[in-house]
Design a protein around this ligand. Structure first.
Ligand SMILES: Cc1ncc(C[n+]2csc(CCOP(=O)(O)OP(=O)(O)O)c2C)c(N)n1
Ligand SMILES: [Mg+2]
Length: 662
């Protein structure tokens, strides 16, 4: 320090002192006597400034030690660190990736994972936001059928992760979340790490996780980690949470005369519907004149689709797919729109997130402002429900929706119950009903064909419009990917359901459903997580990416480029939060007012323009191939073709397309 002083007059302390003196002098020249009017030039002259001298107080002993002293040697740990054993436990569960934003509260586990664990099973994927990490795990599971682990900084990181966890909860997807938390108040570092610690971080997400725990020993960790994995992956799936003490990770394992062990993971079987209830459901369905099958998250796996086809064909019953998952082939003539519900005499709902909403209508702008409810079904229609979510209902968050009375209620997993139900239905169909059932099928086949023609006609409307119509956006994309093994990993914003209406969804990976909790910001990370799983399976991933959704946490684009995750993101850039545009306009109309636009094209607070965001540049800056803004529909097809070639070479690509609002 002393030598440096003589060498240069502008070391850090001198520099700061100089600034302080100059600042003080500057203030002095403008100080005027009370009541004096006029400018600084009329102020009484002041003494010439003395030669600048350091004005800062001498450093405290603590600061001096920090600046000049040699850091104290940290005592070397001997023995196996607790976090190395934790890595052994984690590895026993074959978790492939760990999307994660780093933090000191889990630095010991982080260090063990990359150094002791060799950054394999799991591989660290650097994320720029905890919500992105959870979103990636969410999307990944829907393709791979296996959960990922994410580590979060106990308080603040978990606060960021919370919305993603809520989406996973509502979408019945397992995510393993471990939050670092420095719990020993007597030994943890004061200051920031203490701000980032809490008695019970899990409380933050307890209402929307299936289970949580706070282990207090290495063996406790092993039991709890395997238990949380098991709970998360037993249908109904869901996220789970562990608060993991920083001290427990960091300490060497203490020999207490007990040998540590890793419990073996044995998956649990899904809960199946009660035999009596299955028989009663089969009796009602087989005797019905117009049975209707409604599905939401019924097909957990590709086999679920096959089972649903078998049930529907046995009954020649129309299937209404609410789209929580890819349940039923869109190309099958029994796939029908929701309006068939009104004709039903028996409805079976499988894993519906909102049975009430399926059989009732709600309009929000009646004269009293409280909405109008109306039944969509005929009086006396029998309702059957198979829904595993009833087994994990919690109280606080309202994801259980309005209460719907049903005639046969099975709190059970639909896919696991389908084989027994199909068998019971086949056995229950009376011989003299078989001809009528076949006839029913023929009528539905005709209605299906007419419906397809109507949809195609509707899609052609405003085909050449600029900004580009959502139907054209979706169908130009389709034209370029149709010969590939494609997977639509997310469709964000609202493109009027054109993919559902026009793309031939047949395989389980063709459609993954949406966020679950409708927390916007899911689309970008979930599509990258799903694309990661598809990359490992050699599939082509495409997403329809809305503007609002992308901007919640666009840093996830960098994660995709950094970890070489190929994805074609075609933007539905309607330059606004259009959902909210409609809400404000509708309410203003209702109140007989005109919504104030400011200088934008949509009600103040709902548009994303002035300035327009150059998403192609944003993506490019983070390592993506990108193009835009594409406004002329004639340019769209060639641009998508180019982007497809880039994605096939292993790079993510984004097209910024200016679209119609819906
Ligand atoms: C986290 C979160 N914040 C706000 C909302 C309210 N919200 C619902 S839809 C929407 C607009 C989303 O915009 P974009 O993704 O561009 O889709 P668009 O409606 O324009 O098609 C908003 C803000 C929400 N659902 N979730
Ligand atoms: Mg938008």
């Amino acid at each position: 320090m002393a030598r440096e002083h003589t060498r240069s007059k502008i070391n850090r302390r001198n520099f700061l002192a100089g600034v302080a003196v100059a600042g003080a002098a500057g203030t002095a020249t403008t100080v005027m006597p009370q009541g004096a009017a006029g400018s600084a030039t009329t102020a009484p002259p002041i003494d010439p400034a003395p030669a600048p001298r350091p004005s800062a107080l001498p450093p405290t002993a603590k600061i001096a030690a920090a600046e000049a002293g040699t850091p104290q040697e940290i005592k070397r740990e001997t023995g196996k660190p607790g976090s190395d054993f934790m890595v052994d436990v984690i590895k026993s569960l074959d978790i492939k990736y760990m999307p994660c934003n780093p933090a000191s509260s889990f630095r010991a586990l982080h260090e063990s994972l990359i150094d002791y664990g060799g950054n394999k099973q799991p591989e660290f994927l650097t994320c720029m936001h905890e919500e992105s990490a959870v979103g990636m795990a969410h999307g990944y599971f829907k393709i791979a059928g296996k959960p990922l682990l994410t580590l979060v900084h106990g308080t603040v990181g978990l606060q960021h992760a919370a919305m993603g966890i809520y989406n996973a909860w509502c979408d019945r997807v397992p995510v393993i979340v471990v939050g670092g938390n420095d719990m020993d108040a007597a030994h943890r570092p004061p200051g920031v790490p203490t701000f980032h610690s809490a008695q019970d971080i899990n409380a933050l997400v307890r209402d929307f996780t299936k289970w949580d725990d706070t282990p207090v020993s290495a063996q406790h960790f092993a039991q709890s980690f395997v238990r949380m994995y098991k709970i998360a992956t037993t249908p109904p799936y869901g996220p789970v949470m562990m608060s993991l003490d920083a001290g427990l990770q960091q300490e060497p394992i203490h020999d207490i005369g007990e040998k540590l062990y890793i419990p073996r993971f044995v998956p649990s079987s899904p809960p199946q519907g009660d035999t009596g209830a299955v028989k009663e459901a089969a009796r009602l369905l087989s005797l019905a004149e117009r049975p209707v099958i409604v599905v939401d998250r019924a097909a957990r796996t590709p086999n679920g689709i096959k089972l649903l086809v078998e049930l529907a064909e046995s009954l020649q019953a129309p299937v209404v797919d609410m789209g929580g998952r890819m349940n039923f082939p869109k190309t099958h003539y029994l796939n029908r729109p929701p309006n068939v519900i009104g004709q039903a005499d028996v409805i079976i709902g499988m894993e519906l997130s909102d049975f009430w909403g399926v059989v009732n209508g709600y309009v929000d702008n009646d004269a009293h402002g409280i909405g109008v409810n109306e039944s969509k079904i005929k009086a006396g229609t029998k309702l059957i429900s198979i829904n595993s979510v009833e087994l994990i209902t919690k109280s606080n968050y309202q994801d259980f929706q309005r209460f719907q009375v049903v005639d046969v209620s099975m709190p059970a997993d639909a896919e696991a119950t389908l084989p027994a139900l199909i068998e019971a239905v086949k056995a229950a169909i009376p011989n003299d009903k078989k001809a009528a059932i076949a006839q029913r099928g023929e009528a539905i086949r005709k209605a299906y064909a007419t419906g397809r023609e109507n949809v195609k006609r509707a899609a052609a409307i405003a085909w050449d419009a600029s900004p580009i119509s959502t139907a054209r956006l979706v169908m130009e994309t389709w034209a370029q990917i149709k010969d590939l093994d494609w997977s639509l990993v997310a469709s964000e914003g609202n493109v009027s359901n054109w993919p559902q209406r026009l793309w031939p969804f047949e395989k389980h990976h063709h459609w993954l459903g949406r966020s679950g909790g409708y927390g916007v910001g899911y689309g970008a990370p979930a599509s990258i997580g799903a694309a990661l799983a598809n990359r490992d399976l050699g599939r082509f991933s495409v997403s329809i990416q809305s503007d609002g959704d992308l901007m919640y946490a666009p840093g996830v684009l960098w994660t995709a480029a950094r970890h070489k995750i190929p994805l074609l993101a075609v933007m539905h850039n309607n330059r606004g939060y259009h959902q909210e545009v409609m809400h404000i306009q509708r309410l203003a109309n209702f109140r007989d007012r005109v919504a104030y636009l400011g200088n934008d094209m949509a009600p103040l607070g709902t548009s994303i323009q002035n300035p327009d965001i150059e998403y192609h540049k944003l993506a490019e800056s983070m390592g993506w191939w990108a193009k835009g803004p594409i406004k002329d529909p004639a340019d769209l097809g060639p641009a998508i073709k180019e982007a497809v070639a880039v994605v096939k070479s292993g790079q993510p690509a984004l097209l910024n397309v200016w679209t119609q609002p819906r």
